[in-house]
Design a protein around this ligand. Structure first.
Ligand code: GLU
Length: 469
């Protein structure tokens, strides 16, 4: 069987956005599923709008999403010799010709066509003139004058284009720059691309490209045009709908596997299944299950899915992901065992890594004071000092504060004070975390460990006593 070769060819005129990332993902999944090849190509021929910063941003986003490529990155700006060679082929076979019509002349032809009720187009004036190469000549492709060009789209079905609507489009400008549709075809042919999955904003280009394949006597790839990604208001996704850049989602604390799961579901389905591991996506992806209607990007759904992925991930997988967020808060979090313990208590409580790092904050603070004002007022009252002191005394006697070991200590303080567990636990929580919202009290005590717990209980007693004096 022929090896599947797919590609992702972004234009580096901005960051990698959500729609582009989904296109990259579909191509990557299809290649991986078929043990094929995934090629990365940078379409940088628009030298005015292309920037190195965008190239870097695209690589960074691809790496974050773990969409690795097998070939490339190729840069179109480094392939001009090849484009010239292919232009010559078209000229030699009579499929292209030089045209010296001025811009004004071409504009007049377009106006005339429109006035006659047809599409604006070049009228073929130089088609049979046999003009030689000259400084001001463009090269035009000789499009068929009759018949149809059919895009056999694996997603949309057959799309029929009338050749009469197609003019002799320019394949090389007078300054020697080959045009977009031409270089894409030369690249796809020479890179052996046999499957082209791209956004349906490119459908209009495809008949032109098909004509070029035929003229260059190359087999057509399989084409699939994926519907756009829309915002919740059903308009094309834009900045108004929130972040567009893929790396912004990394910075908001989404896991790459959750993000690709969400992207995949945005336009592709496998029954009702919502949660997919990367491996499952590779196994279950199929071109025929890409939907015909546009996907609607919904940040709440992404967040819910992210929470599921965080829950499903192991502490070991989460640790390196949450570390940059902790460092961003000034915690070096160098103790791996401590970090593992911390994550263990936050695992099921965090929808994003940002939330997890926020939740971890109290574990890493040297001192949890100042306490949350309301919490301190309600729970760190004069009579609480005795409870905290008694608990500290009990803890002092224990070798460690493993969850099981603590229970007895709490029990004894309940007996000594006649207070119920809740009445003891809340002040302890405020003393240890600074607030009333935290992971379970036993687990957080075990993770904090004896030294920190005793320090914090003592600090709370000091706080109560100095407030009362
Ligand atoms: N460079 C084009 C883009 O960024 C992709 C073209 C294609 O997939 O054929 O939209």
């Amino acid at each position: 069987m022929e090896t599947i070769v797919t590609r992702f060819p972004p234009s580096p005129t901005g960051y990698l956005h959500v729609g582009g990332a989904r296109t990259a993902l579909f191509n990557w999944l299809y290649a991986r599923q078929n043990n094929g090849k995934f090629v990365l190509r940078i379409e940088d021929t628009d030298t005015v709008r292309s920037t190195q910063a965008s190239v870097d941003a695209i690589f960074e986003a691809m790496r974050w999403l773990e969409l690795d490529w097998d070939e490339g990155p190729y840069f179109q700006t480094q392939r001009f010799d090849l484009y010239r060679e292919y232009l010559q082929k078209l000229l030699d076979s009579g499929d292209a010709y030089y045209c010296t019509c001025t811009q004004q002349e071409v504009e007049a032809m377009r106006q005339k066509a429109m006035a006659e009720g047809s599409k604006p187009k070049y009228d073929g004036r130089c088609r049979e003139r046999g003009l030689p190469k000259s400084d001001n000549a463009v090269i035009r492709f000789k499009s068929p004058l009759v018949g149809t060009t059919v895009v056999e789209d694996v997603i949309k079905g057959n799309i029929v284009f009338q050749n009469t609507e197609q003019d002799d489009f320019v394949v090389c400008r007078s300054d020697g720059a080959p045009t977009y549709n031409f270089v894409v075809v030369v690249d796809d042919i020479t890179m052996g691309i046999n499957t082209v999955i791209r956004g349906d904003d490119h459908v209009m280009n495809t008949p032109k490209q098909i004509l070029l394949y035929r003229a260059l006597q190359s087999p057509l790839p399989v084409f699939g045009h994926v519907p756009m990604v829309l915002g919740k208001d059903k308009t094309r996704l834009s900045k108004r709908h929130g972040a567009m850049s893929v790396t912004a989602y990394r910075d908001m604390g989404y896991l790459p596997d959750a993000f690709i799961n969400y992207l995949a579901r945005l336009g592709w389905s496998h029954g009702d299944q919502e949660f997919f591991t990367r491996q499952e996506l590779v196994e279950k992806f199929s071109l025929k299950n890409i939907g015909k209607s546009a996907g609607v990007f919904d940040t709440d759904k992404l967040t819910a899915l992210n929470a599921d992925h965080i829950r499903a991930a192991s502490v070991r997988q989460l640790a390196p992901r949450v570390l940059p967020f902790l460092r961003g808060k000034g915690h070096d979090a160098a103790d791996d065992d401590y970090l593992a313990g911390v994550i263990g208590t936050l695992h099921t409580r965090s929808k994003t890594l940002v939330e997890m790092a926020d939740g971890a904050h109290f574990y890493y603070r040297e001192d949890v004071r100042p306490y949350d004002g309301k919490a301190a007022k309600k729970f760190l009252k004069p009579e609480t000092a005795r409870v905290l002191t008694l608990l500290a005394e009990q803890f002092e006697k224990l070798a460690d504060l493993a969850e099981k070991t603590q229970e007895g200590a709490f029990k004894r303080v309940m007996d000594q004070t006649g207070l119920g567990f809740g009445k003891i636990a809340q002040p302890v929580r405020v003393a240890l975390t600074g607030t009333t919202v935290s992971p379970g009290i036993f687990e957080l005590i075990e993770v904090l460990g004896k030294a920190r717990v005793l320090n914090r209980l003592k600090a709370a007693v000091d706080f109560i006593e100095s407030a009362g004096s």
